[in-house]
Design a protein around this ligand. Structure first.
Ligand code: IMP
Length: 427
């Protein structure tokens, strides 16, 4: 059963969209299994840039079918906007995109709740897309699933119950306005969504029984995982590979291989611990060179050095067997290149990412400096084309992490990606 899961091994924005798109040439299905339109996957094809938020990156190739699994939270209005954008640019979506009947629906009140909470002192810097409040309703067993959204009576009942549950936080005037807005948009959104809806778990089981290749596309990254990330500064789902089974309806035995996408340095958006964050003077240069601004919110990303304890944790938790290294070109001109090999906390050395909030805040990175490289890497088309110092950096990383780097990316477009081995990627 060839299932390859691609996950972000840092705090998101590692370039997963580009790598998934690169791999989806050989896939029959591409599946999103968690998150929602908080994700921003940028894919550049022939100089044209596509920013995808909900639709799997496989939609940009003609072959794969694409599924939005039950673990995703779907904002129908955002999905409609994305489908219109893709169709307007000549991409065929209908008949190739399937939305799980079990996925939960983000409604305008979820976005309003996200705003209210982010306005208070417990803000964590969310994308304000209503992701957390929607997952909260799911866990509280009062959420609206796609199947419920399609049934007008059920939808109305569930929506009224949810509004009563949240009325104190939203305020009476807000509730009345949100109810009106939601009901006014409902018929059109229901009509739009219905043709895409399916039992995606069943479709995937059929595909696997006939040996089709399935690519699982994670959103966000390992350190934003609700259980294994920098809690509470995390998203509300499980981007780690284990999330793929729950979020797509596949058994754990179906996953053959996990590929981790790692940026040659580290970024994060929003608040929260970031032990290897760089001083702004250097961060600003890398941010501009790497265009490190959120694809969803436009926020400037925080920039840090590569963090091996963090990556070791991500590799362990997700069973990552191979890595794709992105944005190596952005590091060109930075000398020396630093990487954190351990943290020092309370007189001890830590080689794994600590669980305690205090340790995450207070641990000091132990750095190793390596010679930098210069020149324009964006025209390199093989490992041998890279400057010697860049090749040494990649080899050093592989030996420290005990994980081979099998794909290297040196630019935004599809052509600026190369493999280091010819073996199958599918397990
Ligand atoms: P939420 O997912 O909007 O609730 O935001 C929770 C945290 O995850 C915040 O720190 C966001 O900045 C971060 N986050 C959510 N989606 C992404 C993403 O696609 N890339 C990077 N960070 C993200």
């Amino acid at each position: 059963m060839p299932v390859l899961t691609v996950i972000g091994a840092q705090w998101g924005d590692e370039g997963k969209g580009k790598i998934v798109h690169y791999l989806s040439q050989g896939a029959d299905w591409v599946v999103r299994y968690q998150g929602g339109d908080n994700a921003g996957h940028t894919v550049v094809i022939g100089g044209e840039s596509f920013a995808l938020h909900l639709v799997p990156s496989g939609i940009l190739f003609s072959r794969p079918r694409n599924a939005i699994g039950n673990g995703v939270v779907v904002n129908p209005s955002a999905l409609q906007g994305e489908v219109r954008m893709l169709e307007g640019r000549g991409i065929r979506v209908r008949g190739r995109l399937f939305v799980s009947l079990r996925a939960h629906v983000i409604l305008p009140y979820h976005i309003a709740l996200d705003r209210v909470r982010e306005g208070g002192c417990d803000a964590i810097g969310t994308t304000l897309k209503g992701i957390g409040p929607c997952y909260e309703d799911k866990v509280a067993r009062r959420g609206v699933r796609v199947a419920d959204f399609l049934e007008p009576e059920t939808f109305r009942e569930l929506m009224c119950a949810a509004f009563s549950a949240h009325s104190a936080e939203l305020g009476r005037l807000s509730v009345a306005r949100l109810k009106r807005e939601t009901l006014a948009a409902y018929p059109g959104l229901r009509r739009f969504l219905e043709p895409f809806c399916a039992d995606t778990g069943w479709l995937l089981a059929q595909a696997l029984s006939t040996k089709r290749r399935v690519l699982m596309e994670s959103a966000q990254g390992a350190m934003l995982d609700l259980d294994h990330g920098t809690y509470p500064f995390v998203t509300s789902s499980n981007p780690i590979s284990g999330g793929a089974c729950v979020g797509a309806g596949l058994p754990p035995t179906a996953i053959d291989a996990v590929l981790g996408v790692v940026k040659a340095y580290t970024t994060r958006v929003g608040l929260g611990p970031f032990p290897t964050e760089m001083p702004e003077r250097l961060a600003g240069r890398i941010r501009e060179k790497g265009r490190e601004y959120g694809a969803t919110t436009g926020r400037p990303r925080r920039i840090g050095w590569l963090d091996l304890p963090q990556l070791r944790s991500a590799i362990r938790v997700s069973g990552i067997g191979r890595l794709a290294l992105t944005k190596l070109d952005t590091l060109s001109g930075t000398d020396p290149i630093r990487a954190c090999t351990a943290y020092r906390w309370k007189g001890r050395l830590l080689y794994d990412f600590p669980a305690s909030r205090r340790a995450q805040r207070e641990a000091r990175p132990v750095y190793r400096d390596m010679p930098g490289f210069s020149g324009d890497l964006s025209s390199c088309r093989s490992f041998a084309d890279l400057p010697g110092a860049a090749r040494r950096y990649v080899r050093w990383l592989e030996s420290e992490l005990r994980c081979p780097v099998i794909i290297v990316s040196v630019g935004a477009s599809h052509e600026q990606t190369f493999r280091r081995s010819d073996g199958s990627l599918w397990g």
